[in-house]
Design a protein around this ligand. Sequence first.
Ligand SMILES: Cc1cc2nc3c(=O)[nH]c(=O)nc-3n(C[C@H](O)[C@H](O)[C@H](O)COP(=O)(O)O)c2cc1C
Length: 184
Amino acid sequence: MTKILGICGSAAPKSSTKKLIETALDAAKAAGADVEFIDAAKMDIHGCKGCLVCKKDQAKFCVQKDDMTPLYEKINAADAVIIGSPIYFGENTGQIKCFVDRMYAFLGPNGSKMTAGKKAAAVITQGVPDVATYTGCAEILTAGFRYCGAAIEKPLIVGDLHSADDLKPEALAAAKELGAKLAA
Ligand SMILES: Cc1cc2nc3c(=O)[nH]c(=O)nc-3n(C[C@H](O)[C@H](O)[C@H](O)COP(=O)(O)O)c2cc1C
């Protein structure tokens, strides 16, 4: 069975990013996939310490033990990962940036520690309507996956959002399409 992980970088109580990721996961589940939602912004995930121990040991991930520890195995067990963040002051949230930086541990002394054949897709939500404004943030969300050879899907970027209530049917339809595509 296809396994899909949805990782959310918004801690907002009524998060549009979370709603889009959950909508994608629901569609993937309806298409037969096994899905799991990870509320990364509410987890204890510290920043990378730059110790580079992960570059000396091909068998291990990060030496820091926190809520990121089990996520390495979960990512490796997944066929596809959806990773989403709202834009805060022109960037991804601090919480998801800690997650992204810790993805560095997937690169070992002998290359990638990530299981092959994985897909990854970014979801970005933002206040400004122009969806071309923060495409670089979508690229950063999936950078760790790209460096490890995963296939990167077209990101889902939704603008003009100030609450999950602002999500239009077209945005939810696009999230469903993404989930179904990853499940196929
Ligand atoms: C602290 C903060 C900073 C923000 N900065 C930006 C910004 O620089 N550009 C932008 O387009 N939207 C900005 N926004 C709007 C959010 O990106 C947007 O409302 C997003 O959909 C929130 O996602 P969420 O509901 O999942 O938390 C900001 C919102 C907050 C709370």
